[in-house]
Ligand binder design. Structure first.
Ligand code: F6P
Length: 524
């Protein structure tokens, strides 16, 4: 398929961009009082306001035309119906089936019964842990969960548990992702092994970091409770059941999910067990329901009103027409502190690619740098760069209408700050002293969640998943593989023996760095 840059719809968009160029976003507002209503859309109860972006109604129509020209509606159907859209790994990407109730066939077999069976096992187990029927080896109730996993096997569950803190009335969950042993030591400090359940989440059950931390957890449990305690204290969420059995787990401790669930799309599967244990399965299922509601809208709505589609398309507009290499996620909810890290993996691991799905080099820019933080603390840190820096970032503001804490006045101040920031980025300010002037004309999208609850969290994450899908479809890249990650893993495998004093064929730069590490280590 030829690149989207040669399509008539993209050429029309570039002409449109040039026609808009003399005007500031602010001027669009003066020219069109209906702009706010026209450029705000809903999805699963979340309002998404695009009116502070450098777009008009016409831009939206031209972007929708581009998406149609690139076959987005057909691509959406392929996603939901289980076609093998992950071409380099020859798999479907069916995370939507984990939260839906539609029948979907893979290789002629309906996946729904198996998905429901897995969910039922999760429900029974999460409840048994929460109610103290599944106990530790010495008969103690579990007060803590040590959740071991990295990347998609950690970021989603961690974000969900933090976001849903008011519902987290089950065992407390601590996460260990890093191979840095300090993180494991810090996580188990103060924990009673007899009252700790270890959840090892790994799609492959081979990831170096996770397997090292799982081994550390086994040793930690065995030292306190004896080797047989593992069967009561360790469970696995994985697509590689055989590896979990080889590791020493009984079948009933293994909560499988399907190969067609990508790691960064796996929070909806048994990888979400720590969430279900912390907040209860009914709350976890509200999260699935919110994601499903967003799925239904994504699949059925016209592109011109389709929030995930518009979000992805405006991302392409900002990246490829307006040249923005950076995208900031600004959550005005302290419980969403984990959102930028989650979206970093979702967007950058999915769409950080330089070749199309056919292997041809791209002649356009793909995923921007995704970063961010929470408001208002970010205002006292990096927002200065957003307002007056030489580079420009597109911004997503995430707001929650209902107070998340007891003090309503503080919540009002939080919202006032969020509104002020997006306005200030857009309007800027003129000043006689150059250093006071803010150029403005910096675009943003604002999400408004009615509440930070499981349903809307699920919907928000699904909207972003589909944003990534839309962009990949228009760019013509495969969002579901991550071959770039493999190179570093391979080289680490070569360096490790050398660090342990064994002969290794190292690049001179790495051999030099190892000598520096040794020298500094010996002198310290
Ligand atoms: O970073 C690469 C990656 O494969 C991610 O896609 C994945 O989420 C993470 O590693 C963890 O993989 P696993 O769940 O197989 O341990």
């Amino acid at each position: 398929m030829p690149s989207f840059t040669s399509s008539p719809a993209w050429r029309a968009l570039l002409e449109h961009r040039d026609a808009l160029a003399p005007e500031r976003i602010d001027a669009f507002w003066r020219a069109d009082a209906e702009r706010g209503a026209d450029l705000t859309f809903g999805c699963a109860g979340i309002g998404v306001d695009f009116s502070k972006q450098r777009v008009t109604r016409e831009t939206m129509e031209l972007l929708a035309a581009l998406a149609r020209e690139r076959g987005l509606p057909q691509a959406i159907e392929k996603l939901f119906t289980g076609e093998r859209i992950n071409t380099s790994e020859n798999r479907p990407a069916l995370h939507t089936a984990l939260r839906g109730d539609e029948h979907v066939a893979v290789d002629g077999v309906d996946v729904l019964p198996e998905v429901q069976r897995h969910r039922e096992r999760m429900r029974v187990f999460a409840q048994a842990v929460r109610e103290g029927q599944w106990k530790g080896a010495s008969g103690k109730r579990f007060t803590h969960v040590l959740a071991i996993g990295i990347g998609g096997s950690a970021l989603g569950p961690r974000l969900a548990i933090e976001a849903l803190t008011p519902w987290a009335d089950g065992p407390q969950v601590r996460f260990v992702a890093n191979i840095d042993p300090a993180q494991f030591d810090d996580a188990v400090r103060g924990l009673d092994p007899a009252a700790t359940l270890v959840v090892v989440a790994s799609k492959t059950f081979t990831t170096q970091e996770t397997m090292a931390n799982a081994a550390a957890a086994r040793a930690w449990l065995a030292a306190a409770l004896g080797p047989d305690a593992v069967a009561k204290h360790v469970i696995a969420a994985t697509a590689n059941e055989d590896a979990a059995v080889d590791w020493g787990l009984p079948d009933c401790n293994i909560f499988p999910f399907e190969e067609w669930v990508g790691g960064r799309y796996s929070v909806w599967s048994s990888v979400g067990l720590p969430v279900a244990i912390a907040v209860g399965m009914p709350v976890f299922e509200h999260m699935l329901a919110g994601a499903h509601a967003a799925d239904l809208e994504f699949r059925s709505k016209a592109l011109e009103h389709n929030v995930p589609a518009l979000l992805g398309l405006i991302g392409i507009w900002n990246r490829d027409a307006l040249g923005m290499a950076s995208h900031a996620v600004l959550s005005y909810a302290s419980r969403l502190e984990g959102l930028p890290a989650y979206l970093q993996q979702l967007e950058m691991e999915s769409n950080g690619k330089s070749v199309t799905a056919d292997g041809a080099p791209v002649d356009f820019e793909t995923c921007p740098v995704v970063w961010g933080g929470t408001g208002t603390p970010g205002q006292h840190a990096f927002h200065q760069w957003l307002h007056q820096g030489t580079d420009r970032a597109s911004c997503d503001f995430i707001l929650v209408a209902h107070p998340m804490g007891r003090e309503r006045a503080q919540h009002e101040a939080l919202l006032a700050n969020a509104c002020a920031q997006s306005q200030a980025l857009m309007t800027g300010v003129a000043a006689s002293e150059a250093w006071r002037a803010c150029p403005g004309d910096r675009g943003s999208t604002t999400f408004v969640l009615p509440e930070l609850d499981a349903f809307h969290l699920g919907a928000l994450l699904a909207i972003y998943e589909h944003k990534v899908f839309v962009q990949a479809a228009v760019w013509g890249i495969n969002a579901f593989d991550q071959w770039g990650v493999e190179l570093g893993k391979k080289i680490a495998g070569q360096v490790l023996p050398a660090l342990r004093g064994k002969p290794a064929d190292l690049h001179p730069a790495t051999a030099h760095l190892l000598s520096v590490i040794r020298r500094i280590g010996e002198s310290g």
